[in-house]
Design a protein around this ligand. Structure first.
Ligand SMILES: NC(=O)c1ccc[n+]([C@@H]2O[C@H](COP(=O)([O-])OP(=O)(O)OC[C@H]3O[C@@H](n4cnc5c(N)ncnc54)[C@H](O)[C@@H]3O)[C@@H](O)[C@H]2O)c1
Length: 271
């Protein structure tokens, strides 16, 4: 493991939203290991403090910030605090999100608004606020965590899927406009990753069967998303912008053919 002051991101500062647990926490730790100072921004401040402790124990620099990404004033305060603490913002990782399932016919308007507010408007608020700071320096990396549910029709997650598809559209728009300011904007679309969000959103039966619906026949790990974030956050990634990178064990590549692969697997290993 590289020393905290010897990495690719030495001297840089990052904000990772929703970094109190799961993928965001793994991303924050990965960026720290490459030398970045990291603002751990989460609506659950106690979780954020735990991630900060883990970073400090590894010799890195981090601060915990309370934020509700759905609230513009909360996001503005969070970005201002990070910029003041570190004197710069080089990297923003839009990771905070919620995922609640409901069949389309039962989808409540309230839950719909929560998903759009946190998962899509939250990406807009954080990106615009951070990009205004990045633009003054003429450099930035915005990486938004969408989902393969934003690339294909998810079952029982209409609000989540719509918000994540919106993140892809916003990423492309930002890539075009922010290019003039030295800022790249990209999205990562994870397949199912073994985190608490997934365990809370799926039944135990769906959870255990799901691996067989992935070409590589396993769920992904949070560190595997963190690795992709690091790749897009690096200074060397300057020519990559406006892309959506699936990190999904081949799920998006398989598309509807996965159902046939699943059938064959079931025949080969019944029960
Ligand atoms: N886990 C998966 O299988 C999977 C798959 C595809 C995409 N994703 C995406 O990856 C990201 C991280 O997912 P995860 O599995 O680590 O989730 P998680 O639920 O484990 O962590 C999400 C974090 O975001 C925080 N958060 C929630 N609402 C917030 C708000 N309004 N403001 C600030 N913080 C808020 C939570 O407190 C939590 O710490 C999300 O964008 C999710 O949609 C996850």
């Amino acid at each position: 493991m590289p020393n905290a002051d010897q990495g690719k991101l030495t001297g840089q500062a990052a904000i990772v939203t929703g970094a109190g647990r799961g993928i965001g926490r793994a991303v924050a730790l990965r960026l720290m290991r490459e030398g970045a100072a990291v603002a751990i921004a989460d609506i659950a401040i106690e979780r954020a403090r735990q991630t900060v402790s883990a970073i400090e124990e590894s010799g890195g620099r981090a601060i915990a910030l309370s934020v509700d990404t759905a609230s513009r004033s909360s996001v503005d305060a969070m970005v201002a605090s990070a910029a003041e603490a570190f004197g710069r913002i080089d990297i923003l990782v839009n990771n905070a999100a919620i995922a609640r399932s409901a069949p389309f016919l039962d989808q409540s308007a309230e839950d719909w608004a929560d998903h759009i507010g946190i998962n899509l408007s939250g990406v807009f608020h954080c990106s615009q606020a951070a990009a205004r700071v990045m633009a003054t320096a003429g450099y930035g990396r915005i990486i938004s965590i969408t989902s393969i549910a934003g690339m294909m029709g998810p079952l029982d997650f209409p609000a989540y899927g719509a918000a994540k598809a919106g993140v892809i559209g916003l990423t492309r728009a930002m890539a075009l406009e922010l290019a003039d300011h030295g800022i790249t904007a990209n999205a990562i679309a994870p397949g199912p990753i073994d985190t608490e969000l997934l365990r809370e959103a799926w039944s135990p039966a769906a959870y255990s069967a799901r691996a067989q619906h992935i070409p590589v026949a396993r769920l992904g790990q949070a560190d595997e998303i963190a690795y992709a974030v690091l790749m897009l956050a690096a200074p060397e990634a300057a020519y990559i912008t406006g892309v959506v990178l699936p990190v999904d064990g081949g799920a998006a590549a398989a598309g509807s053919y996965m159902s046939e692969k699943f059938r064959r697997r079931s025949v080969e290993a019944p029960g």
